[in-house]
Design a protein around this ligand. Structure first.
Ligand code: NAD
Ligand code: WQD
Length: 339
């Protein structure tokens, strides 16, 4: 079975390609390398023994996307990761985000319609829940007005997919990721943040390795046990495995509705200080950090209700926070050795 993975040289995409290939799927990646490197293809091959097929073009280009699909109409399912994801940048450059994230999705859906491709798995985000009134967040927890253009592209994308599926033979699984961290156990692939990271885990590992002088902990006056904000961190390999199961569900005609939504988290919330403590314990490195004011736009706490994914998808995140911080640290050290 041939699976198209858009954004397959990126962070979550590359880990998913590894899982797909190890289950025997033939993978074709489309990526314009706007936020990833061509070397990822060789790195995937080092892990799986097989280099995925690859085409480098921008999915916002309607003609290139249409001719790609005409050439590859034997694709069984698409996993659509390709998108811009920097929340802060999306506030400064909203059109860049709306254009890239929405136009590429629409071009893909058009290609599916024109070539009879029925199955798509879409990367959504827990950001659609904002700060939920009650926790944990369930799939039917009300969606809140997006706090950023990036978040809005995820909400609008979910609607575009839902509307398109209702009139055409398109079946979709929308996966709402909580906070993916960590790297493949081989430390051959992982997250490659460009410039100064925004996200907690790469900031921690870059501080520990000496790239950043100290970590700023954004706020310790939240209504949480230690005052720092709580998130549901999920190991990227657990996340990747859920995509294989979603593809199997679609191609095996096991979906109960044309569009299904699943939360992908562990169901456990950890505070910023708990993540730091896990990192220090597992790496043996004392982290230099300072408490600062809250970061604008941050929510206080969120974690997933995972029951629906556990029971219906038959998937459960397995890796602990300690395993996540260990793998992130191993990856950061591997990157340092390459320099
Ligand atoms: P990433 O930036 O590492 O990967 C995205 C890939 O898509 C990159 O390789 C980039 O070059 C490619 N790309 C972007 N626009 C493209 C275009 N127009 N045409 C072709 N290729 C294009 O990001 P990631 O962390 O792997 O995220 C994957 C998906 O998951 C994204 O849709 C993101 O919004 C979503 N998501 C990520 C997180 C997270 O914290 N990482 C959380 C929730 C949802
Ligand atoms: C986690 C916690 C920070 C950095 C973002 C996007 C979201 C989703 C996942 C795509 C927060 C704190 C962080 C630092 C800190 N992406 N922190 N110091 O904000 O939950 O979610 O990534 O869909 O849309 O918004 O993740 O890793 O940035 O922050 O104290 O230097 O760590 O305040 O409490 P976030 P994050």
């Amino acid at each position: 079975m041939k699976i198209l993975v858009t954004g397959g040289t990126g962070y979550i995409g590359s880990h998913t390609v590894v899982e797909l290939q190890s289950k025997g799927y033939e993978v074709i990646i489309v990526d314009n390398l706007s936020n990833s490197s061509i070397e990822v293809l060789d790195n995937i091959a080092k892990i799986t023994g097989k280099k995925p097929l690859f085409e480098n073009f921008d999915l916002t280009d309607p003609l290139k996307t249409a001719s790609f699909f005409a050439k590859h109409s034997d694709i069984c399912a698409i996993i659509h990761f390709a998108a811009f994801k920097a929340v802060g940048e999306s506030v400064d450059l909203p059109l860049k985000y709306y254009r890239n994230n929405l136009v590429s999705l629409m071009n893909i859906l058009q290609g599916m319609i024109d070539n009879g491709i029925a199955n798509i798995v879409f990367s959504s985000s827990c950001t659609v829940y904002g700060q939920p009134e009650s926790l944990p967040a369930r799939e039917d927890t009300p969606i809140q007005k997006a706090a950023s253009p990036y978040g809005n592209t995820k909400q609008i994308s979910e609607e575009i997919i839902t509307d398109t599926s209702s009139g055409f033979n398109i079946h979709a699984i929308l996966l709402r990721y909580f906070n993916p961290i960590g790297a493949h156990e081989s430390a051959i692939i992982g997250e490659l943040p460009l410039g100064v990271p925004n996200c907690l885990m790469p900031y921690i590992t870059q501080t520990a390795i000496g790239i950043r002088p100290f970590l700023r902990v954004w706020g310790n006056d939240y209504s949480t046990p230690d005052g720092t904000a709580i998130r549901d961190y999920i190991h990227v390999v657990d996340l990747a495995k859920a995509h294989v199961i979603a593809v199997e569900r679609l191609t095996g005609h096991k979906s109960e509705k044309k569009v299904e939504v699943f939360n992908l988290g562990t169901g456990n919330g950890f505070s910023v200080l708990e993540v730091i403590q896990s990192f220090e314990r597992m790496s043996g490195v004392k982290l230099n950090y300072e408490i600062k004011e809250r970061r604008p736009g941050d929510i206080e706490q969120v974690w997933a209700d995972t029951e629906f994914a556990n029971l219906t998808l038959g998937w459960k995140a397995e890796k602990t926070l300690d395993e996540m911080t260990v793998s992130a640290w191993k990856w950061e050290k591997a990157l340092a050795e390459k320099k």
